[in-house]
Write a protein that binds this ligand. Structure first.
Ligand SMILES: [Fe+2]
Length: 257
């Protein structure tokens, strides 16, 4: 569908339908999340002050984020390429759309809208461990933009944590990935028996391709957000090995000398 995708948030431009869509999605997801979200997610939604009646105002949101972990949201019209997205993460800037799907598209999205980007992604930016992990992922990717295979690896890590991560808690399996938090269908699929759950394993994730056009078959389960931070030395080590392997092979004749 053709729609206007503003490059900056003009709050007065939101229509009654936009507010109705936000409210409907917010209420529906919160009903699910109270039962199924990781406790850190619920704390984080409180911290950013999201409510059913108000579409988040990016200016106010940035003030809250600045007082918390120092992140900022920057408005974009759509998906940002890795060469721009990761360096922004390294500077604690998360790119978000500011337009909403229509009521007719409530459960079908051609590309991420503001409900996914903002409701799904932004609250956990206030969690210190999540924040550290996310920024470090950005730094690592920024340092390896010339190595597509490394960017592929780090996109997998992003996918299986930031987008589709699960967390084990004393009350059972909980969700924290934005792709699940912002979709009721994804929630029931992620927590149901039709998908496979694996203990979090950074090395396995870095070598596991993913598909964006199907519901996920595999999820990785962390025990805590500290575990994300703790995996970073191993990730750096694997990345360094990949880079070393990508170096040009010395001229065979030179080896004979
Ligand atoms: Fe996302």
């Amino acid at each position: 569908m053709n729609r206007i995708k503003p490059s900056s948030q003009i709050y007065s431009s939101y229509t009654a339908e936009d507010f109705a869509v936000w409210r409907r999605l917010f209420d529906r997801q919160m009903n699910v999340l109270r039962m199924h979200a990781a406790p850190e997610v619920l704390t984080a939604i409180d911290a950013v002050g999201f409510t059913a009646t108000e579409i988040p105002h990016f200016g106010q949101l940035n003030e809250r984020l600045a007082r918390s972990t120092g992140w900022q949201v920057a408005t974009v019209t759509g998906i940002v390429p890795p060469s721009e997205f990761f360096p922004l993460l390294a500077r604690k800037i998360f790119t978000c759309t500011c337009w909403l799907r229509t009521m007719a598209e409530l459960d079908y999205l051609e590309e991420p809208d503001m409900f996914h980007d903002v409701f799904g992604h932004v609250p956990l930016l206030t969690n210190p461990d999540y924040s550290d992990f996310f920024q470090e992922l950005g730094r690592l990717a920024e340092a390896h933009l010339d190595y597509p295979e490394v960017i592929d690896m780090l996109e997998r890590l992003y996918w299986f944590t930031i987008e589709f991560g699960l967390r084990r808690s004393a009350e059972g399996l909980k969700i924290y990935g934005a792709g699940i938090l912002s979709s009721s269908g994804e929630t029931s699929h992620a927590l149901g028996t039709a998908s496979r759950k694996h203990p979090f394993d950074a090395a396995a994730i870095l070598s596991r391709p993913f598909r964006t056009d199907v519901v996920q078959e595999d999820y990785y389960v962390i025990d805590s957000f500290q575990q994300l931070v703790a995996c970073l030395p191993e990730v750096r080590c694997i990345v360094q090995r990949a880079v070393a392997g990508a170096l040009p092979i010395p001229d065979a004749s030179a080896l004979l000398m």
